[in-house]
Design a binder for this molecule. Sequence first.
Ligand SMILES: Cc1cc2nc3c(=O)[nH]c(=O)nc-3n(C[C@H](O)[C@H](O)[C@H](O)COP(=O)(O)O)c2cc1C
Length: 336
Amino acid sequence: MAVPASFSIGPIRIAPATVLAPMAGVTDTVFRRLIRNQGGCGLIMTEFTSSHGVVALKKNTRKPTKAFRYLYFEPEEHPITAQLFGSDPVVMAEAARVCEDQGFDAVDINFGCPVNKVVKCNGGSGLLRDLPLVERLLQEVRAAIKIPLTMKFRAGWNDRELVYLQMGRIAEDCGLQAIALHPRTREQGYSGKSDWTRIAELKAHVKLPVIGNGDILTPEDACRMVTETGCDAVMVGRTASANPWIFRQISEYLATGSYWVPSERDRYDIMRTYYTMLRDKDAMDTVGKMKQFATYFTHGVRNGTKLRTAIYQATDAASILDLVDRFFEHELTIAA
Ligand SMILES: Cc1cc2nc3c(=O)[nH]c(=O)nc-3n(C[C@H](O)[C@H](O)[C@H](O)COP(=O)(O)O)c2cc1C
């Protein structure tokens, strides 16, 4: 079974049935557009955004807050989902309305984040231990907006408290339009393997479209997940940060049975494109982002450690771009 050509989230047709996973600190507007521009990605999502932050944003539009930056997107990013976290149903509903007003195509609620800061306030995966609150939250938000509502969640707090099937049923009863499961538990963090049999069980348990997530490293993995679980769409996270071509590769694999593998030159081009986009956006954290992505993008690049080390020591965007140019000019000349 192959990754479907499309799937629907309420009235929105997502084609192909692939989703870029929300990743805090990674999937900002620049990275999302980089992914979109490579082709093959059906839906993109914002980084998780505090519902309290979004509501505060509404009250104070003059000061650019974190929530303001997280919710910024460009027209070419459609279809795009805003992801929210929080545990107060009224605040969450208000925040979802703000997202709807900003032109998002859908709102997603995060029930997966394992980070202590979020869990302590009962947000993210903390809610997996309070299903009545999950239900109230979903009901309140569903009633507050007209655009589709989805949720992304982990399998449970730990292996003794697995709630993914109950979560699926609650989502269905509350009128959500799709659900995404990362089948690790909160206690697992990112250790071990994603147990895809949980995605299969969930798919068999609900009528809602199920998006499968966890440990897709290659186009073959994406197809295997659909075959093994019957999920309606696949969601890719960490692989996309080091391999922004993964969605294009999945599409090519579906169409032809094989896929293009990037060369050193392609790696150079994508790094330069991304860094130039960052510089032009003139974000507050341009240099930090360049350093962060140097780690992702230079994996598998010959002498990549040298480039990374030089980038870590640089202090401004122009010199980082210069380092990238000089490094690849040298490496590509040697290779030629
Ligand atoms: C750096 C990082 C940040 C993440 N931030 C979010 C987030 O904001 N919201 C969310 O629902 N999941 C978040 N996740 C989880 C991913 O969306 C995804 O569920 C997880 O990485 C498993 O998928 P993968 O194996 O394809 O990476 C994050 C993961 C990583 C590695």
